[in-house]
Design a protein around this ligand. Sequence first.
Ligand code: GLC
Length: 428
Amino acid sequence: MQKVKNTFTLTPEQIVTIARAFASEMTQGLLGQKSSLKILPSFLTRPTGNESGHFLALDFGGTNVRTLFVSLAGQGKYRIEKSLSAPLKDPAGKYDLIGGGTDAEALFDFIASQVNTVAKEGSTSHLGHTFSFPCEQIDLTTAVLLNWTKEIKTSGVEGKNVTALLDRALARQGCGTITCRAVINDTVGTLLAAAYQTPHTDIGSICGTGHNTCYLEPVSPLTGRPMIINLESGNFDKLPLTPYDETLDRQSKKPGQQQLEKMVSGRYLGELVRLVLADVSERFADILPSCLFVEPYSLDTKELSVLLADETQDLAAIEAWLASTLKVYLPLEARRLMKEAATLVTTRSAQLAAASYLGILFKIDPEFTQPHTIAIDGSLYEKLPGYAAAIRATLTAALGSKASLVNVILTKDGSGVGAAIAAAIGEK
Ligand code: GLC
Protein backbone atom coordinates (compact mmCIF):
# COMPACT_ATOMS: atom_id res chain seq x y z
CA MET A 1 0.00 0.00 0.00
CA GLN A 2 2.94 2.31 0.65
CA LYS A 3 4.04 1.73 -2.94
CA VAL A 4 0.56 2.53 -4.20
CA LYS A 5 0.55 5.62 -2.04
CA ASN A 6 3.84 6.79 -3.51
CA THR A 7 2.61 6.41 -7.06
CA PHE A 8 -0.59 8.40 -6.42
CA THR A 9 0.84 11.15 -4.24
CA LEU A 10 1.66 14.40 -6.00
CA THR A 11 4.16 16.69 -4.34
CA PRO A 12 3.48 20.47 -4.35
CA GLU A 13 6.36 20.81 -6.83
CA GLN A 14 4.79 18.25 -9.17
CA ILE A 15 1.47 20.07 -9.00
CA VAL A 16 3.09 23.36 -10.00
CA THR A 17 5.00 21.58 -12.81
CA ILE A 18 1.71 20.18 -14.13
CA ALA A 19 0.11 23.65 -13.88
CA ARG A 20 2.99 25.18 -15.84
CA ALA A 21 2.71 22.45 -18.49
CA PHE A 22 -1.01 23.18 -18.71
CA ALA A 23 -0.35 26.90 -19.20
CA SER A 24 2.18 26.18 -21.90
CA GLU A 25 -0.25 23.83 -23.74
CA MET A 26 -2.76 26.71 -23.63
CA THR A 27 -0.20 29.05 -25.19
CA GLN A 28 0.58 26.50 -27.91
CA GLY A 29 -3.10 25.97 -28.62
CA LEU A 30 -3.79 29.70 -28.80
CA LEU A 31 -0.93 30.04 -31.29
CA GLY A 32 -2.47 27.28 -33.40
CA GLN A 33 0.35 24.87 -32.58
CA LYS A 34 0.10 21.22 -31.56
CA SER A 35 -1.48 20.90 -28.10
CA SER A 36 -3.47 18.35 -26.13
CA LEU A 37 -5.83 21.22 -25.24
CA LYS A 38 -8.39 22.43 -27.72
CA ILE A 39 -9.13 26.12 -28.12
CA LEU A 40 -12.81 25.96 -28.96
CA PRO A 41 -14.45 29.38 -29.32
CA SER A 42 -17.87 29.91 -27.74
CA PHE A 43 -18.66 33.28 -29.35
CA LEU A 44 -19.65 34.45 -25.90
CA THR A 45 -18.13 36.65 -23.29
CA ARG A 46 -19.20 37.32 -19.69
CA PRO A 47 -22.90 38.15 -19.36
CA THR A 48 -23.89 41.52 -17.89
CA GLY A 49 -26.31 39.98 -15.38
CA ASN A 50 -29.17 41.86 -16.98
CA GLU A 51 -30.10 39.32 -19.63
CA SER A 52 -33.80 38.57 -19.29
CA GLY A 53 -36.72 36.68 -20.79
CA HIS A 54 -38.18 33.16 -20.92
CA PHE A 55 -36.22 30.36 -22.50
CA LEU A 56 -36.22 26.65 -23.09
CA ALA A 57 -32.95 25.08 -22.07
CA LEU A 58 -31.83 21.69 -23.28
CA ASP A 59 -29.06 19.95 -21.39
CA PHE A 60 -27.48 16.98 -23.11
CA GLY A 61 -24.50 15.65 -21.21
CA GLY A 62 -24.47 11.96 -21.96
CA THR A 63 -26.25 10.31 -19.04
CA ASN A 64 -29.59 12.10 -19.02
CA VAL A 65 -31.28 14.60 -21.23
CA ARG A 66 -32.86 17.42 -19.27
CA THR A 67 -35.20 20.08 -20.59
CA LEU A 68 -35.94 23.18 -18.58
CA PHE A 69 -38.08 26.23 -18.81
CA VAL A 70 -36.06 29.11 -17.37
CA SER A 71 -37.08 32.69 -16.58
CA LEU A 72 -34.26 35.20 -16.41
CA ALA A 73 -35.28 38.30 -14.51
CA GLY A 74 -32.06 40.32 -14.85
CA GLN A 75 -29.95 41.61 -11.94
CA GLY A 76 -28.58 38.12 -11.59
CA LYS A 77 -31.99 36.65 -10.77
CA TYR A 78 -33.51 33.60 -12.43
CA ARG A 79 -36.07 30.89 -11.83
CA ILE A 80 -36.30 27.35 -13.15
CA GLU A 81 -40.02 27.07 -13.84
CA LYS A 82 -40.05 23.49 -15.11
CA SER A 83 -37.64 20.69 -15.55
CA LEU A 84 -37.96 17.26 -17.16
CA SER A 85 -35.23 14.66 -17.12
CA ALA A 86 -34.91 11.27 -18.81
CA PRO A 87 -32.08 8.73 -18.98
CA LEU A 88 -30.50 8.09 -22.37
CA LYS A 89 -29.99 4.47 -21.43
CA ASP A 90 -33.00 2.87 -19.83
CA PRO A 91 -31.99 1.26 -16.51
CA ALA A 92 -34.52 -1.49 -17.24
CA GLY A 93 -32.78 -2.17 -20.55
CA LYS A 94 -35.64 -1.16 -22.90
CA TYR A 95 -33.56 1.32 -24.90
CA ASP A 96 -30.01 2.57 -25.20
CA LEU A 97 -29.49 5.77 -27.16
CA ILE A 98 -25.78 6.12 -26.41
CA GLY A 99 -24.50 2.66 -27.36
CA GLY A 100 -23.03 1.56 -30.68
CA GLY A 101 -26.34 0.17 -31.92
CA THR A 102 -28.15 3.54 -32.18
CA ASP A 103 -27.97 6.37 -34.66
CA ALA A 104 -28.29 10.14 -34.62
CA GLU A 105 -31.91 10.12 -35.71
CA ALA A 106 -33.09 7.92 -32.85
CA LEU A 107 -31.09 9.93 -30.33
CA PHE A 108 -32.27 13.34 -31.52
CA ASP A 109 -35.88 12.19 -31.93
CA PHE A 110 -35.83 11.25 -28.26
CA ILE A 111 -34.29 14.59 -27.26
CA ALA A 112 -36.78 16.51 -29.41
CA SER A 113 -39.72 14.66 -27.87
CA GLN A 114 -38.53 15.78 -24.43
CA VAL A 115 -38.21 19.38 -25.61
CA ASN A 116 -41.67 19.18 -27.16
CA THR A 117 -43.20 18.04 -23.85
CA VAL A 118 -41.79 21.02 -21.93
CA ALA A 119 -42.38 23.50 -24.79
CA LYS A 120 -46.10 22.66 -24.86
CA GLU A 121 -46.46 23.94 -21.31
CA GLY A 122 -44.29 27.04 -21.71
CA SER A 123 -44.65 30.23 -23.66
CA THR A 124 -41.45 30.50 -25.63
CA SER A 125 -39.92 28.93 -28.67
CA HIS A 126 -36.39 30.20 -28.02
CA LEU A 127 -34.00 27.54 -26.93
CA GLY A 128 -30.49 27.38 -25.53
CA HIS A 129 -28.72 24.06 -25.98
CA THR A 130 -25.99 22.75 -23.71
CA PHE A 131 -24.22 20.00 -25.60
CA SER A 132 -21.38 18.80 -23.42
CA PHE A 133 -18.90 17.40 -25.91
CA PRO A 134 -16.02 18.82 -27.94
CA CYS A 135 -17.54 20.92 -30.72
CA GLU A 136 -16.06 23.21 -33.30
CA GLN A 137 -18.22 26.32 -33.47
CA ILE A 138 -18.28 28.77 -36.34
CA ASP A 139 -20.89 30.94 -34.68
CA LEU A 140 -23.14 30.87 -31.62
CA THR A 141 -25.58 28.34 -33.08
CA THR A 142 -23.44 26.09 -35.27
CA ALA A 143 -21.60 23.35 -33.39
CA VAL A 144 -19.99 20.40 -35.13
CA LEU A 145 -19.23 17.44 -32.88
CA LEU A 146 -15.51 16.70 -33.25
CA ASN A 147 -15.58 13.37 -31.44
CA TRP A 148 -17.64 11.69 -28.76
CA THR A 149 -16.14 11.49 -25.29
CA LYS A 150 -17.53 9.76 -22.13
CA GLU A 151 -17.53 6.42 -23.98
CA ILE A 152 -20.61 7.34 -26.08
CA LYS A 153 -20.89 5.50 -29.38
CA THR A 154 -24.10 6.65 -31.16
CA SER A 155 -23.36 6.68 -34.88
CA GLY A 156 -23.92 9.55 -37.31
CA VAL A 157 -23.25 12.44 -34.92
CA GLU A 158 -19.47 12.90 -35.11
CA GLY A 159 -18.64 15.46 -37.78
CA LYS A 160 -22.23 16.75 -37.88
CA ASN A 161 -23.77 20.07 -36.88
CA VAL A 162 -25.80 19.13 -33.82
CA THR A 163 -28.11 22.13 -34.20
CA ALA A 164 -29.12 20.89 -37.65
CA LEU A 165 -29.71 17.39 -36.23
CA LEU A 166 -31.87 18.90 -33.48
CA ASP A 167 -33.76 21.18 -35.89
CA ARG A 168 -34.67 18.25 -38.13
CA ALA A 169 -35.77 16.16 -35.15
CA LEU A 170 -37.89 19.04 -33.81
CA ALA A 171 -39.53 19.36 -37.23
CA ARG A 172 -40.28 15.61 -37.22
CA GLN A 173 -41.94 16.08 -33.82
CA GLY A 174 -44.10 18.85 -35.27
CA CYS A 175 -42.44 21.59 -33.23
CA GLY A 176 -40.27 23.15 -35.92
CA THR A 177 -40.97 26.67 -34.64
CA ILE A 178 -38.65 26.08 -31.71
CA THR A 179 -35.43 27.83 -32.62
CA CYS A 180 -32.00 27.22 -31.18
CA ARG A 181 -30.47 30.59 -30.25
CA ALA A 182 -27.22 29.29 -28.82
CA VAL A 183 -25.32 26.07 -28.34
CA ILE A 184 -22.75 25.86 -25.57
CA ASN A 185 -20.58 23.44 -23.64
CA ASP A 186 -21.59 22.69 -20.02
CA THR A 187 -18.41 24.35 -18.73
CA VAL A 188 -19.42 27.51 -20.60
CA GLY A 189 -22.92 27.23 -19.11
CA THR A 190 -21.38 27.00 -15.65
CA LEU A 191 -19.21 30.07 -16.24
CA LEU A 192 -22.19 32.04 -17.63
CA ALA A 193 -24.53 31.07 -14.79
CA ALA A 194 -21.92 31.97 -12.17
CA ALA A 195 -20.89 35.22 -13.87
CA TYR A 196 -24.58 36.23 -14.08
CA GLN A 197 -24.44 36.60 -10.29
CA THR A 198 -20.83 36.61 -9.13
CA PRO A 199 -18.19 39.14 -10.19
CA HIS A 200 -14.78 38.16 -11.56
CA THR A 201 -15.89 34.72 -12.73
CA ASP A 202 -13.36 33.71 -15.32
CA ILE A 203 -13.17 29.92 -15.05
CA GLY A 204 -16.02 27.41 -15.42
CA SER A 205 -15.44 23.74 -14.78
CA ILE A 206 -17.23 20.42 -14.47
CA CYS A 207 -16.03 17.84 -11.95
CA GLY A 208 -18.67 15.18 -12.46
CA THR A 209 -19.06 12.15 -14.71
CA GLY A 210 -16.87 14.07 -17.15
CA HIS A 211 -14.21 16.66 -16.52
CA ASN A 212 -13.51 19.79 -18.49
CA THR A 213 -12.82 23.50 -18.03
CA CYS A 214 -13.38 26.72 -19.94
CA TYR A 215 -12.09 30.20 -19.22
CA LEU A 216 -12.45 33.79 -20.32
CA GLU A 217 -9.58 34.45 -22.70
CA PRO A 218 -8.79 38.17 -22.63
CA VAL A 219 -7.58 38.19 -26.25
CA SER A 220 -9.27 35.57 -28.39
CA PRO A 221 -7.15 34.59 -31.42
CA LEU A 222 -10.33 34.81 -33.48
CA THR A 223 -11.54 38.30 -32.60
CA GLY A 224 -8.77 39.91 -30.58
CA ARG A 225 -11.41 40.52 -27.90
CA PRO A 226 -12.41 38.62 -24.75
CA MET A 227 -14.12 35.31 -25.42
CA ILE A 228 -14.95 32.22 -23.38
CA ILE A 229 -12.88 29.31 -24.67
CA ASN A 230 -13.66 25.64 -24.09
CA LEU A 231 -10.34 23.91 -23.49
CA GLU A 232 -11.60 20.31 -23.51
CA SER A 233 -9.04 20.01 -20.74
CA GLY A 234 -10.02 16.37 -20.16
CA ASN A 235 -7.68 15.62 -23.04
CA PHE A 236 -4.64 17.25 -21.36
CA ASP A 237 -1.85 14.69 -21.33
CA LYS A 238 1.31 16.11 -19.77
CA LEU A 239 0.77 13.98 -16.68
CA PRO A 240 2.63 11.42 -14.58
CA LEU A 241 0.73 8.14 -15.09
CA THR A 242 0.65 5.26 -12.65
CA PRO A 243 0.51 1.65 -13.92
CA TYR A 244 -3.20 1.73 -12.98
CA ASP A 245 -3.81 4.72 -15.25
CA GLU A 246 -2.04 2.88 -18.05
CA THR A 247 -4.19 -0.23 -17.60
CA LEU A 248 -7.40 1.81 -17.46
CA ASP A 249 -6.42 3.69 -20.60
CA ARG A 250 -5.51 0.50 -22.49
CA GLN A 251 -8.86 -1.04 -21.63
CA SER A 252 -10.92 2.09 -22.45
CA LYS A 253 -12.80 2.66 -25.69
CA LYS A 254 -10.39 5.35 -26.83
CA PRO A 255 -6.86 4.64 -25.58
CA GLY A 256 -4.55 7.64 -25.58
CA GLN A 257 -7.40 10.14 -25.43
CA GLN A 258 -8.90 12.10 -22.54
CA GLN A 259 -5.97 11.34 -20.20
CA LEU A 260 -6.75 14.00 -17.58
CA GLU A 261 -10.43 13.05 -17.63
CA LYS A 262 -9.47 9.41 -17.03
CA MET A 263 -7.58 10.49 -13.89
CA VAL A 264 -10.12 13.02 -12.62
CA SER A 265 -13.70 12.29 -13.60
CA GLY A 266 -16.39 10.26 -11.89
CA ARG A 267 -16.73 8.01 -14.95
CA TYR A 268 -13.31 6.51 -14.14
CA LEU A 269 -12.45 7.07 -10.45
CA GLY A 270 -14.23 3.95 -9.21
CA GLU A 271 -12.48 1.88 -11.87
CA LEU A 272 -9.07 3.20 -10.78
CA VAL A 273 -9.89 2.23 -7.21
CA ARG A 274 -10.99 -1.22 -8.38
CA LEU A 275 -7.72 -1.69 -10.30
CA VAL A 276 -5.72 -0.71 -7.21
CA LEU A 277 -7.72 -3.07 -5.01
CA ALA A 278 -7.47 -5.92 -7.52
CA ASP A 279 -3.70 -5.50 -7.43
CA VAL A 280 -3.44 -5.13 -3.65
CA SER A 281 -5.74 -8.11 -3.09
CA GLU A 282 -3.26 -10.37 -4.86
CA ARG A 283 -0.90 -9.78 -1.94
CA PHE A 284 -3.51 -9.74 0.82
CA ALA A 285 -5.79 -12.47 -0.50
CA ASP A 286 -6.42 -13.75 3.04
CA ILE A 287 -8.22 -10.56 4.09
CA LEU A 288 -9.22 -8.99 0.75
CA PRO A 289 -10.63 -11.59 -1.65
CA SER A 290 -9.64 -10.68 -5.20
CA CYS A 291 -12.92 -12.07 -6.57
CA LEU A 292 -14.57 -8.87 -5.28
CA PHE A 293 -12.62 -6.76 -7.72
CA VAL A 294 -12.78 -8.76 -10.94
CA GLU A 295 -15.62 -7.01 -12.73
CA PRO A 296 -14.53 -3.87 -14.64
CA TYR A 297 -16.42 -0.70 -13.68
CA SER A 298 -18.12 -2.47 -10.77
CA LEU A 299 -17.22 0.39 -8.40
CA ASP A 300 -18.62 3.83 -9.01
CA THR A 301 -18.59 7.16 -7.21
CA LYS A 302 -21.53 6.21 -4.98
CA GLU A 303 -19.39 3.45 -3.51
CA LEU A 304 -16.41 5.77 -3.25
CA SER A 305 -18.59 8.15 -1.26
CA VAL A 306 -19.34 5.39 1.24
CA LEU A 307 -15.64 4.62 1.59
CA LEU A 308 -14.66 8.29 1.95
CA ALA A 309 -17.48 9.33 4.26
CA ASP A 310 -16.88 6.74 6.98
CA GLU A 311 -14.93 8.56 9.70
CA THR A 312 -15.60 6.01 12.45
CA GLN A 313 -12.72 4.29 14.23
CA ASP A 314 -13.83 0.82 13.19
CA LEU A 315 -15.16 1.80 9.75
CA ALA A 316 -18.61 0.57 10.70
CA ALA A 317 -20.43 2.20 7.79
CA ILE A 318 -18.13 0.46 5.32
CA GLU A 319 -18.72 -2.82 7.15
CA ALA A 320 -22.48 -2.34 6.91
CA TRP A 321 -22.27 -1.43 3.24
CA LEU A 322 -20.14 -4.50 2.45
CA ALA A 323 -22.62 -6.71 4.27
CA SER A 324 -25.66 -5.28 2.51
CA THR A 325 -24.37 -4.94 -1.04
CA LEU A 326 -21.54 -7.45 -1.50
CA LYS A 327 -22.77 -9.82 1.23
CA VAL A 328 -19.29 -10.16 2.70
CA TYR A 329 -17.54 -9.44 5.95
CA LEU A 330 -14.06 -8.02 5.63
CA PRO A 331 -11.79 -7.39 8.62
CA LEU A 332 -10.93 -3.83 9.68
CA GLU A 333 -7.53 -3.99 8.00
CA ALA A 334 -9.16 -4.78 4.66
CA ARG A 335 -11.71 -2.01 5.10
CA ARG A 336 -8.82 0.36 5.78
CA LEU A 337 -7.13 -0.67 2.56
CA MET A 338 -10.33 0.04 0.64
CA LYS A 339 -10.75 3.44 2.22
CA GLU A 340 -7.13 4.32 1.63
CA ALA A 341 -7.34 3.39 -2.07
CA ALA A 342 -10.43 5.57 -2.46
CA THR A 343 -8.77 8.47 -0.65
CA LEU A 344 -5.59 8.32 -2.75
CA VAL A 345 -7.45 8.24 -6.07
CA THR A 346 -9.93 10.95 -5.09
CA THR A 347 -7.34 13.31 -3.62
CA ARG A 348 -5.23 13.03 -6.74
CA SER A 349 -8.30 13.80 -8.86
CA ALA A 350 -8.96 17.03 -6.94
CA GLN A 351 -5.27 17.98 -7.06
CA LEU A 352 -5.10 17.50 -10.82
CA ALA A 353 -8.27 19.55 -11.39
CA ALA A 354 -6.78 22.28 -9.18
CA ALA A 355 -3.48 22.08 -11.09
CA SER A 356 -5.35 22.80 -14.32
CA TYR A 357 -7.06 25.84 -12.72
CA LEU A 358 -3.66 27.04 -11.56
CA GLY A 359 -2.39 26.65 -15.11
CA ILE A 360 -5.17 28.89 -16.41
CA LEU A 361 -4.50 31.49 -13.70
CA PHE A 362 -0.76 31.45 -14.49
CA LYS A 363 -1.70 32.12 -18.10
CA ILE A 364 -4.31 34.86 -17.73
CA ASP A 365 -2.91 36.70 -14.72
CA PRO A 366 0.72 35.67 -14.14
CA GLU A 367 1.30 38.38 -11.53
CA PHE A 368 -1.99 37.71 -9.72
CA THR A 369 -3.10 41.31 -9.87
CA GLN A 370 -6.84 40.59 -9.87
CA PRO A 371 -9.43 38.55 -7.99
CA HIS A 372 -10.73 35.44 -9.78
CA THR A 373 -13.76 33.24 -9.33
CA ILE A 374 -13.68 29.58 -10.36
CA ALA A 375 -17.20 28.18 -10.80
CA ILE A 376 -17.51 24.41 -10.53
CA ASP A 377 -20.46 22.12 -11.09
CA GLY A 378 -20.64 18.34 -10.90
CA SER A 379 -21.24 15.51 -8.50
CA LEU A 380 -17.60 15.11 -7.41
CA TYR A 381 -17.27 18.72 -6.36
CA GLU A 382 -20.73 18.87 -4.83
CA LYS A 383 -20.93 15.52 -3.11
CA LEU A 384 -17.69 13.59 -2.77
CA PRO A 385 -16.46 13.93 0.81
CA GLY A 386 -13.26 15.97 0.98
CA TYR A 387 -13.18 16.83 -2.73
CA ALA A 388 -13.90 20.58 -2.56
CA ALA A 389 -11.55 20.91 0.42
CA ALA A 390 -8.75 19.15 -1.48
CA ILE A 391 -9.11 21.59 -4.40
CA ARG A 392 -8.95 24.54 -2.02
CA ALA A 393 -5.95 23.09 -0.16
CA THR A 394 -4.07 22.54 -3.42
CA LEU A 395 -4.65 26.14 -4.53
CA THR A 396 -3.60 27.46 -1.13
CA ALA A 397 -0.44 25.35 -1.04
CA ALA A 398 0.58 26.58 -4.48
CA LEU A 399 -0.40 30.23 -4.15
CA GLY A 400 0.24 31.03 -0.51
CA SER A 401 -1.23 34.41 0.46
CA LYS A 402 -2.37 35.05 -3.14
CA ALA A 403 -4.86 32.21 -2.76
CA SER A 404 -7.16 34.70 -1.03
CA LEU A 405 -7.67 36.30 -4.45
CA VAL A 406 -9.16 33.07 -5.76
CA ASN A 407 -12.77 32.32 -4.94
CA VAL A 408 -14.02 28.79 -5.71
CA ILE A 409 -17.80 28.35 -5.85
CA LEU A 410 -20.29 25.59 -6.51
CA THR A 411 -22.58 26.55 -9.38
CA LYS A 412 -25.52 24.22 -9.69
CA ASP A 413 -27.76 24.16 -12.74
CA GLY A 414 -25.10 25.87 -14.83
CA SER A 415 -26.03 23.75 -17.83
CA GLY A 416 -29.66 24.86 -17.75
CA VAL A 417 -29.39 28.44 -16.58
CA GLY A 418 -26.25 29.02 -18.66
CA ALA A 419 -28.06 27.80 -21.78
CA ALA A 420 -30.87 30.28 -21.09
CA ILE A 421 -28.38 33.12 -20.63
CA ALA A 422 -26.64 32.15 -23.87
CA ALA A 423 -30.00 32.09 -25.66
CA ALA A 424 -30.80 35.55 -24.29
CA ILE A 425 -27.48 36.81 -25.63
CA GLY A 426 -28.11 35.01 -28.93
CA GLU A 427 -31.51 36.63 -29.25
CA LYS A 428 -29.90 40.03 -29.26
C1 GLC B 1 -16.31 15.58 -21.41
C2 GLC B 1 -16.69 16.39 -22.65
C3 GLC B 1 -16.71 17.88 -22.36
C4 GLC B 1 -17.60 18.14 -21.16
C5 GLC B 1 -17.18 17.30 -19.96
C6 GLC B 1 -18.08 17.48 -18.75
O1 GLC B 1 -15.00 15.87 -21.09
O2 GLC B 1 -15.77 16.11 -23.70
O3 GLC B 1 -17.14 18.62 -23.47
O4 GLC B 1 -17.54 19.49 -20.83
O5 GLC B 1 -17.17 15.93 -20.32
O6 GLC B 1 -19.40 17.11 -19.04
